[in-house]
Design a protein around this ligand. Sequence first.
Ligand SMILES: Nc1ncnc2c1ncn2[C@@H]1O[C@H](COP(=O)(O)OP(=O)(O)OP(=O)(O)O)[C@@H](O)[C@H]1O
Ligand SMILES: [Mg+2]
Length: 278
Amino acid sequence: MSEMPRTTAESFRPHVAAASPLVRVRGLRVCYGDHEVLGGIDLDVYRGETMVILGPSGCGKSTLLRHLEGLAWPVAGSITIAGVEIAKASRRELARVRRLMGVSFQSAAMFNSMTVGENVALPLREHTDLADSTIRLMTRMKLQQVGLSGVEDLYPAQLSGGMRKRASLARALALDPEILLFDEPSAGLDPIIAAGIDQLILRLKEAFRMTMIVVTHEMQSAFLIADRMCMLDQGSILAVGSVAEIRAHPHPRVRQFVRRIPDGFDEGSTGYITGFEG
Ligand SMILES: Nc1ncnc2c1ncn2[C@@H]1O[C@H](COP(=O)(O)OP(=O)(O)OP(=O)(O)O)[C@@H](O)[C@H]1O
Ligand SMILES: [Mg+2]
């Protein structure tokens, strides 16, 4: 992906003024049994912006994405995407909203019994009436877009983890989505490929004004690609703001996360303290 132009989030200005959010989450509460994972969160994501979701492992980031995708139903609260409230939508409306979204899962979930090409072509086969030859061409283009060529006839098991991740992104992009949900795009990738994914994300938002919700633990990547960021912790959103606002945020948990300070470490001194609860 070395041919990708180097760009930064600074060169992009989302059109957020006065517009209603493309994705609107209100009072979203999710429980698994007695375990409350999301405790009534509110979040707005505007057309054309990249919202990065930060937060410790197990805080509910993937859960939030699954609910945005309409794969699971909350205990309470609402999710409205492109003006359609998911829980109240007809099947037809829901299908229309899903068609707007591309999703790349944390696990890069691919069907192992299908070739990479068939995996990427799947949304095109499900949602369009395009001819086989067109689908094959589009599949090749999507794979090229993520820096993968000549792998259509391989099976997912024959790809490296990083290649699988990129193939899963190619599948998410198959229908030219307006909204891309991206769970840990660069986890487990070598730094050069991870940087390539960052550049791809920047290019997608600049070229296509794609709206993206990206979960990542890679702070360098987060600061590069985000227009705004939010931090989830223990079922609540602790902070939402621009990159600069999150960098300078006074909440100790946000500071700790952004500066990669381990639990129990006293920032003001040189060592660990006991009883630190964040
Ligand atoms: N289907 C499920 N059934 C029961 N519990 C679940 C289910 N999915 C997630 N959980 C629990 O919900 C919590 C949040 O999980 P989630 O996968 O959303 O975390 P995450 O923030 O994405 O973490 P990570 O950064 O490790 O990917 C965890 O405690 C997890 O065990
Ligand atoms: Mg997750």
